[in-house]
Design a protein around this ligand. Structure first.
Ligand code: HAM
Length: 425
């Protein structure tokens, strides 16, 4: 039997309402903060991610779904949304748009060949935002406040926001040198990845899952001590403005993020709910001041975040928060014979055009089984159609909750639909 690929999942009809509820909420909040949706392709040139995300990252080194297309070009299913958005910004010259800064969001599947683990999928849906074309602590704060707004709007309480500043290019260079000096003498004690990282991207050693408890990681130099004056002032303004909004956070000097493009503000949101366990991050993001130029774009800067719906659902589950189930259908028509079935089909056709959600039994079941089916579908009203109803043209519309019935002519669609709309549950 052919099976679903590892690390992917089917979202079954009984569960899609949860996804739709979350997606509707995300569209709504994005609108609230005046971010417009952008849709980029599912695959891009591999080079976009190698250059954009960084050749020393786990994403590029180990996790990309890369393939050669029939024209012998290397393509990659997108592992993240920022580089594609920046590519599109540059290609469409959005720096000249009248609406500035450019504030966009996306809701799309991403692909990473990761080790299977709870909360880690090979295909997952990211909601992300990017604000490009402005460098101001206030926009950083807007981005962070929006992500807190999203999680809090679902009633989640066990949230911990960690922030840090990675500084500008100069601060980063000085810090990287300090890390090399700190780790180099004992690098043999670290995992093979870290032994490579010391040459390619020493900051990533701080982020290593295998070596995170090593004493040298614990007492590593802090980036804060290497920030130049400008970077320090920027970071202070971000924290001051977060304080002004009453958003609580913790500064984590070891937070460096797993992608290479970050500068200045970086943040991650964790859940400390019991049961969320080792799933780690709910959402991550930060500022990327050099990325546009790195991708041959204009000298503009950006900031954003991304979260996955999969982990949001796990956080809701860990806190026992349920997503409201959708309402049932308005009407279910039970039928007693073949002639009634044909008439029911026609009536459904007309009622659906009036905006009534309705259904019938297509499996020729007995009346009792049809009633059960109406119950399962949570129908607000039922009609039973048989020989006498076809003869008189009149049906009894039954309101399931109250048990009340009303005789209505089948031809009087107006009355039928008004009754259903007025008394629907
Ligand atoms: P990221 O930290 O790689 O950042 O991913 C962001 C979020 O995507 C994570 O916090 C997590 O919720 C979700 N995620 C990542 N990998 C998986 C997975 N295998 N299964 C389920 N969920 C996953 C980025 O992708 C950046 N582009 C974020 C960003 C936007 N930075 C600036 N703008």
């Amino acid at each position: 039997m052919i099976q679903i690929p590892r690390g992917t999942q089917d979202i079954l009809p009984k569960d899609t309402y949860k996804w739709q509820f979350i997606e509707d909420r995300l569209h709504e909040i994005a609108q609230n903060y005046n971010y417009k949706e952008i849709r980029t392709p599912v695959f891009e040139s591999t080079e976009l991610f190698v250059r954009g995300v960084g050749g020393s990252t786990d994403i590029v080194n180990k996790e990309m779904y890369t393939f050669m297309d029939k024209g012998d070009r290397s393509m990659t299913l997108k592992p993240e949304g920022t580089a594609p958005v920046v590519r599109s910004y540059i290609e469409n010259k959005m720096q000249h748009d009248v609406n500035q800064p450019v504030k966009v969001y996306y809701l799309a599947p991403m692909f990473r060949y990761e080790r299977r683990q709870k909360g880690r999928y090979r295909q997952f849906v990211q909601f992300g935002i990017e604000a490009i074309g402005v460098e101001d602590p206030l926009i950083d704060v807007e981005v962070i406040s929006m992500l807190m707004h999203i999680y809090q709007s679902f009633g989640l309480k066990n949230l911990k926001l960690y922030i840090n500043s990675i500084g500008d290019q100069d601060s980063r260079a000085a810090y990287n040198q300090a890390l090399v000096d700190h780790f180099r003498p004992s690098i043999d004690e670290f995992c093979s990845d870290c032994q490579t990282r010391i040459d390619t991207n020493p900051m990533r050693i701080l982020d290593c899952k295998k070596d995170r408890d090593h004493a040298l990681v614990q007492n590593a130099p802090r980036i804060y001590d290497y920030l130049n004056e400008e970077s320090k002032i920027y970071f202070e303004k971000v924290t001051e403005n977060l304080d002004a909004l009453g958003i609580s956070y913790e500064i984590d000097y070891n937070l460096v993020r797993g992608l290479d493009y970050y500068t200045h503000t970086a943040f991650e949101l964790m859940s400390d709910a019991e049961g969320f366990g080792a799933i780690t991050t709910l959402c991550g993001g930060g500022r990327y001041n050099g990325l546009l130029e790195l991708l041959d774009g204009p000298q503009e800067t950006g900031i954003g975040f991304a979260l996955s719906i999969e982990r949001l659902l796990l956080a809701l589950e860990a806190e026992g928060i349920e997503i409201p189930e959708p309402e049932g259908i308005d009407l279910y028509i039970c039928t007693l014979d073949a002639a009634a079935e044909a008439t029911a089909g026609q009536l459904l056709h007309k009622l659906r055009a009036e905006g009534i959600s309705c259904d019938m039994d297509y499996k020729h079941r007995k009346l009792k089984a049809q009633m059960k089916d109406a119950d399962r579908k949570d129908a607000a009203f039922t009609i039973v159609l048989g020989e006498s109803e076809l003869k008189t043209g009149e049906v009894e519309l039954k309101h399931m909750q109250s048990g009340e019935t009303k005789k209505v002519s089948m031809d009087d669609l107006k009355q039928l639909s008004t009754l259903i709309e007025e008394n629907g549950s």
